[in-house]
Design a binder for this molecule. Sequence first.
Ligand SMILES: [Zn+2]
Length: 90
Amino acid sequence: MSDESPHVQLTTAEREVLLLVIDLTPVGEIARKRRTSVGTVRSQIASIHRKLNVSTNAEAMLWGIAHRDCCLVLPWEHQGDAGGSQDDVS
Ligand SMILES: [Zn+2]
């Protein structure tokens, strides 16, 4: 593996889940905060792992910390204007 992890396009839900994972939030707590089931959270985490091409949460967290200000920015967190946001999820 290279030490430079590529950018990955995650869904808003996946970004929110990974941000909570980075904060060491337990899966049960993530499910409660997101008002969903533990099974849903687990499958979202599995999907994140697939997209990031990692197999452990530790690797996903390292990626998430490295990409916190790019790939993990939530649509409503965009500060200023970078000259065009085409990230329109409705
Ligand atoms: Zn990134």
